[in-house]
Design a protein around this ligand. Structure first.
Ligand SMILES: NC(=O)c1ccc[n+]([C@@H]2O[C@H](COP(=O)([O-])OP(=O)(O)OC[C@H]3O[C@@H](n4cnc5c(N)ncnc54)[C@H](O)[C@@H]3O)[C@@H](O)[C@H]2O)c1
Length: 275
């Protein structure tokens, strides 16, 4: 597949030292793009950049637009706001945890857009790819900061799209369920229950992103079944919440079983499926 918007494009991928970001950076480079690899983990970013002949701009994704623009010779065509943190817990998670989730999963996107939009609007062209999550359309069991901030990331991407689409700005929201990365491995019982059963590879997400760009589609669903869960949630919220609550109770059983070293009683279901 040759994606015209990608060949020769100047692309930035945040959080690209591993996982989905690294797969995106590799795929964009393979499609003939000039890539900047960003990550908080400078060594990981450098390893990926060296492998694909990309430039590296390490550090917090929030403030990298000026340095990335310089590294690409003065302009950015595609910005992938991919860095994210999988903060778990509920209201009992402390303010620092909620603030980190808000800062990385939402404000980094806002700050990048703030830096990118003036140049893009002047040129009449630009592309913002937001790695959200199916949790931004649905929810994630056991992880309120993650669910809330991913809903925020989706809302921001939608707002950008509807506000600027007539001015040449293309926006994509990438909403996978489980993807086999370090983040998935860190989610414990909740990840085992709702993400692992139908997890895909980071390369599958990169493929879906390229397809989504080629089709100029806002919502990119590497797990196509998420569209049905999203529709069911909107059409019958109480039924959907009942199904998710059933999943929550299975999660609680799994946690209790793991505390006493036993297998859970129920078979794991998937995110958003009415149980
Ligand atoms: N893995 C999944 O199941 C899954 C599912 C849906 C969405 N996502 C989303 O995909 C994105 C990538 O996650 P992943 O699964 O590849 O996880 P990952 O942990 O493998 O990669 C995330 C990368 O982001 C980097 N990072 C974290 N905070 C950063 C910051 N402030 N600035 C720059 N880099 C930072 C980390 O160092 C890490 O290399 C995230 O936004 C995540 O929420 C993941």
């Amino acid at each position: 597949m040759v994606v015209e918007a990608v060949r020769g494009a100047r692309v930035v991928v945040t959080g690209a030292g591993g996982g989905i970001g690294a797969a995106l950076a590799r795929r964009f480079a393979a499609e003939g793009a000039r890539v900047v690899v960003n990550d908080l983990d400078a060594d990981a970013a450098r390893t990926v950049a060296d492998e694909i002949g990309a430039a590296v701009v390490p550090g917090d994704a929030s403030g990298i637009v000026p340095a990335a623009r310089t590294a690409l010779g003065g302009g950015i065509d595609i910005f992938c706001a991919n860095a994210g943190v999988g903060t778990g817990g509920g209201p009992e998670a402390d303010d620092a945890a909620w603030e980190l989730a808000w800062d990385v999963n939402v404000m980094a996107h806002v700050r990048a857009a703030r830096a990118l939009l003036p140049g893009w609007l002047e040129r009449g062209e630009g592309r913002f790819v937001s790695t959200v999550s199916a949790a931004g359309l649905l929810t994630m069991i056991g992880a309120a900061p993650y669910s809330v901030t991913k809903h925020g990331a989706l809302a921001f991407a939608e707002w950008l799209s509807l506000t600027y689409r007539h001015r040449g700005i293309h926006v994509h929201a990438v909403c996978p369920q489980g993807v086999r990365t370090a983040m998935l491995r860190s989610t414990g019982a909740a990840g085992d229950l709702v993400l692992a059963p139908n997890a895909i590879e980071p390369e599958d997400v990169a493929e879906a992103v390229l397809d989504g760009i080629a089709a100029d589609r806002f919502l990119i669903l590497p797990h196509p079944e998420v569209a049905g869960y999203y529709a069911a949630r909107a059409a019958e919220p109480d039924r959907w919440l009942g199904g998710m609550n059933s999943l929550q109770r299975t999660y609680e059983e799994m946690q209790a079983a793991s505390e006493v070293g036993q297998a859970p009683a129920n078979t794991p279901a998937r995110e958003g499926e009415p149980a």
